[in-house]
Design a binder for this molecule. Sequence first.
Ligand code: SER
Length: 618
Amino acid sequence: MLTSHELRKKYLEFFSNKGHKIIDSASLIPENDPTTLFTSAGMQPMIPYLLGESHPNGKRIANSQKCFRTQDIDEVGDNRHTTFFEMLGNWSLGDYFKQEQVGWMFDFLINEIHLDPQNLYITCFAGKKELGLARDDESAKFWQEKFKSLGINAEIIDDPKENGLQNGKIFYYGENKNWWSRAGVPNNMPIGEPGGGDSEMFWDFGENLGKHEKSIWKDKPCHPNCDCGRFVEIGNNVFMEYIKTKTGFEKLKNKNIDFGGGLERIASALQNDPDIFEIDLFLKAKKRLELLSGRKYGVNAEETFAFRVILDHLRASMFLIADGAIPSNKDQGYFTRRLLRRAIRFGVKLGIQNKFTAEIVKEYIKEYKNDYLELSNKQEFILSELEKEEDQFRKTLEKGLKEFERMSFDKKIDGTESFSLFSTYGFPYEMTEELAKEKNLKISKKEFDEEMAKHQNLSRTGANQKFKGGLADMGEESKKLHTVTHLLHFALRRVLGDHVEQKGSNITAERLRFDFSHPDKMTDEEKQKVEDLVNAVINQDVPITCGEMTVAQAKSAGAIGLFGDKYGEKVKVYTIGEFSKEICGGPHVVNTSELGHFKIKKEEASSAGVRRIKAVLE
Ligand code: SER
């Protein structure tokens, strides 16, 4: 049977043979995207191109993207949810459309990796008349033809929710299931957001779900979207052709394809075992965990749950730390901390007495290092961050658990108590909540937040706004701040020296934040010089131009920016007169005259040797 690494390779080769340029996975921490803390779908870095910007690598792109979904943290423990996963993706940016996509997907799954077509089920968009969105009869027909070519009579079913499978293969569902946008259903989408109907592929694992899983059979009778666990979605073909407007929907400039499929889920379909934690990627880490705990995976339901939490959370933490999300109390780092501390608590539950997280992650690094070079390059850093966090948390965990036991006599954990578990013993709120649930105790997030606000802590970081996942604004204000970030970068190099390099950037509609290498605090005079220089360029009404070239060409043209490992790929280079030339995905304003007045609000240390500037346009 194929290994997961072979499966990834086969997918990329398949689409490369169909004229796709294979690009690297983007970081789990999005650059210049204020709308979200993490990359949670392969299409996220593709948004500007789906909206019509030209992609430097052409109209056919594919990759395997590292993804992290915070909303799945609490689901982890069952047989199919993970927070980190790899999404196999292919995109047509105004090139091929439904017929090719459906045909290729079928060929890939059935002829290339040899899944049994009898177990493959398809869903299509039923349309929404009120919004002028038509039913997707075309995709249904294309799928039907593919099944027919193998002698399978694939019936199309209109009402699976009411009447179940009815011996069908292709099923229509409404906007809740077969419409995709970053914001969900059409009514929730902000103006300017792209979306479209989609067609999903499901694998039928059969009615026997494995000895630790309970089939819920929520809706009866069973159908692909009933969530009982029998059918698992393995891929989603989104037909990105609409944009939300003030009055409804318009067609985007291009008809696009956005395909995303879970590597791990396809691998579990290949082995025909619905337990995703049984695939090869987890094997080494699982063996190690069995050795360290003296327990066996899969023997008892409670321990199996603990195994899954640990296996998922430590794999995710490894990738997060490698991309810069080191454990902390805010922003992305808060999630790494939450994952690690939860994994450590479940390790203790499994009876592990000593530090173990680095031991498990070493196994994951062995598993992944050929495909994700950052893991071997940063091995020491990753392991030392794990050790630090585990040392710190283990010091207070035992006392904190005792304290929790004492508190639980009252049948309720109140705000001061959950806050004290957080501030004194390092228990993330979610951990206390989970402990409370295990003991049937009441607990309130609101009370915790109120207590936190009193202590002027987390709630002021701005992280909370982003935790809501709001798709605030990718509009004009952030575009301006993005352009002025390039000017700031230029001015810092001019005033402080060429050792200044970008270390991070984050833009919201209100402000820019720029991290750069520089050993000392900036003087008032230096700050003034930087501001003056940026404003001088703004006042010269300089046009911004964009060119596409290879990384080598960009380098020899003197462009700065994040080159990463992307040597083979074409990149965009944005030039602002003679002042700035940077590799960047865009978008940018067309002339500096649009920018207004630049002002530095704050200059502070970010980490050792790295300074941080927050600035605004007035
Ligand atoms: N954007 C879709 C998803 O995330 C397909 O890539 O499922």
